[in-house]
Design a protein around this ligand. Sequence first.
Ligand code: FAD
Length: 349
Amino acid sequence: MYRWHHGMGVLSFVFLLMHPVLLTGYYLPLGADIAEEYLSPLNPQSTNILGWLALVIFTLGMFTTFCLNFSYGFWRRSHILLILAIALGFGHIWAVSGFSISLAVALLPAVVPVGWRLLHADRSGDTLPYEVSAVNHPTEHITEVNLRPLAKPISIAPSQFVRAAFFKGSHFQGCGDFHPYTVSHITKDGGLTLSIKALGDCTWNIQSIEPGVAVRLQGPYGNFLLSRPIAPEIWIAAGIGLTPFLALLRSQPVTQHTDMIYIHREGERVPYEEELQMFATSQSLLRIHSLPMTNDLTPLFIQLDSIDNLNKKEVYLCGPPPFMAKVTQWLRKHDMHRQQIHFEQFDFR
Ligand SMILES: Cc1cc2nc3c(=O)[nH]c(=O)nc-3n(C[C@H](O)[C@H](O)[C@H](O)COP(=O)(O)OP(=O)(O)OC[C@H]3O[C@@H](n4cnc5c(N)ncnc54)[C@H](O)[C@@H]3O)c2cc1C
């Protein structure tokens, strides 16, 4: 859905840019005066001003999307600019051709989802209350947060994720924005566990979270490991990208021959390694390959090369985007079809 949204945004931007280009091609042959009257941003007619403002704001919104250096919070707020650009664009059409039924029909699919998002979703309208019931630290930089539902629990399956906002505790500072986390364990009474790696402001702060902190959850989202073709599988988990696989292993034994490659930093105490080895010992279909690695992916590629009939298997990947891009590229070069490669990307941009 996210990539679809991204693609549609870019496509609509390209279409929008074609509009002034085509108009220039139409008016310029009629004379410079006429072209200036209809196209110049300096011409104080409402049609021109609205059209140009929409284009400039749309361009700024797209710029912040592709400029990855901005912080996530700034990027997200600047993305809201695009709503203003679309409103001005409709104003421009209204000023050019007056109000019409077709304009009203075109407005509906823009207004309804944006209205729902701003008035309902962003105001916590679809969230459920939870409370932190316990906190563990499997390693120095990972915090396992157990959550207890205070009302109806979210109906969620292993490998899906929630968006969580943590509120202030007696010592804990809170983490107001909603952040996505894959659940790493689901209990029968509706309790959930999130395994959170310290990465930036919010996740570092979460390292000091305490039982009793109020949490609101949105979800469930994602379908990473939900319906899988019946075939031998290779799971590749990089670092905290382990969580969807961990949730699945904690819920049921594997049903296909599964080679799991767990990549972690060299020298660190390896989170969850003992638990994974326990699963491998008790399940004959599961093999765990624990791979200490730096940024050089050669050991992973050697490991993958050693797997028999690699291109007859389904591959499931989870980790940071640059890692996934390199591994996908390698798999494609080794005769794997796009449809055999499934992934969950721990990044929304
Ligand atoms: C589908 C999905 C599942 C994830 N599951 C886990 C998990 O199980 N365990 C885990 O430790 N991490 C998980 N993450 C990553 C986690 O969401 C980010 O590490 C966290 O949001 C970083 O926030 P920060 O303020 O600490 O860091 P920042 O330094 O502010 O951000 C680091 C990166 O995280 C992303 N990010 C920041 N804030 C948000 C936000 N509010 N919403 C979405 N993305 C944001 C941005 O891409 C940013 O570049 C998951 C991410 C996604 C998209």
